[in-house]
Design a protein around this ligand. Structure first.
Ligand code: ZN
Length: 281
């Protein structure tokens, strides 16, 4: 990866507050391999800077993220592109035959990076507007707080496409059991208000107030001692992990890979194409 990011903007929004922006608006911030690793590098930069206490993740353009870059995947380029990146996990097998390459890619670039960001030992805030579709959830959910504008919507289209949910299977922890099941079964659009009612979102604000409101919360947190913030985050994460979250995510990831392998056998592609052409609200 080159030193200069092309699909990410990194800035200091205020003293002690770093703001990372997804900057691929012409593609609705579709997650190319390049974007994911530029984002990872930006998170690392903020994490390693002792003058940064809080990290905001925002997005340029009309929508937060349309999900994985399906053009890159369809062209088979993702598996080549990841081999040019500085990968961060221990899983290997990129470019191998059969199900191995797909599992390797997704374990590293999808589940691996999202879980890595979830464990950044500093408070992170997702500043969300517009649509967050399927893979887009894997950028929002790893953050500690989620602040959304009233127009924000959330959707996981995976089941429509013959897959059992996005690779970072945090649905039960974001929405609770019943709402998580409905969200998966129906692939329906969840409004910001509905996501807030389910406990997935901390605050819903008007669109023209989103950036200022998010920054004010970030600055409030950033004034606190960083070590205490780090340990408070670790303690809450440990509560989830002690209840088996890691095992749940690994189990769901195995199911996810099985659906990809099944679709390859039946349809010759990673997803069931039956519903691919249907417009998504
Ligand atoms: Zn997948």
């Amino acid at each position: 990866m080159s030193a200069a990011p092309e699909q990410i903007v990194y800035e200091m929004a205020a003293p002690r507050v770093a703001r990372i922006r997804l900057n691929r608006p012409e593609r609705r911030n579709a997650q190319s391999t390049r974007l994911l690793y530029e984002l990872n590098a930006a998170f690392d930069r903020a994490a390693q800077d002792n003058d940064v206490h809080v990290i905001i993740l925002a997005a340029n353009g009309p929508h937060f993220s349309s999900g994985h870059d399906l053009d890159e995947i369809a062209a088979g380029a993702a598996h080549e592109n990841i081999q040019a990146e500085r990968t961060v996990g221990t899983w290997c097998g990129f470019g191998c035959a059969g199900a191995e390459a797909q599992m390797a890619y997704e374990k590293e670039a999808y589940l691996g990076l999202s879980e890595r960001w979830r464990n950044i030992p500093k408070p992170t805030i997702a500043q969300v507007h517009g649509k967050v579709i399927t893979g887009g959830l894997m950028l929002v959910w790893p953050c500690d707080l989620i602040i959304a504008s009233r127009d924000a919507t959330f959707q996981d289209t995976a089941v429509d496409l013959g897959v059992c949910g996005v690779e970072f299977f945090n649905h039960p922890y974001e929405l609770g059991i019943r709402k998580a099941k409905e969200f998966l079964f129906r692939s329906n659009v969840l409004t910001a208000e509905a996501a807030h009612a389910a406990g997935m979102i901390n605050h819903v604000v008007e669109g023209d107030e989103l950036e200022a409101f998010t920054l004010s919360i970030a600055q409030e947190i950033a004034r606190k001692p960083l070590f205490a913030l780090k340990l408070a985050k670790e303690a809450v994460n440990a509560a989830q992990d002690a209840a088996g979250r890691g095992t749940v995510l690994q189990s769901a990831f195995g199911h996810h890979q099985l659906t990809h392998a099944h679709n390859l056998l039946v349809h010759g592609m990673l997803m069931d194409p039956t519903n691919l052409a249907k417009p998504k609200g």
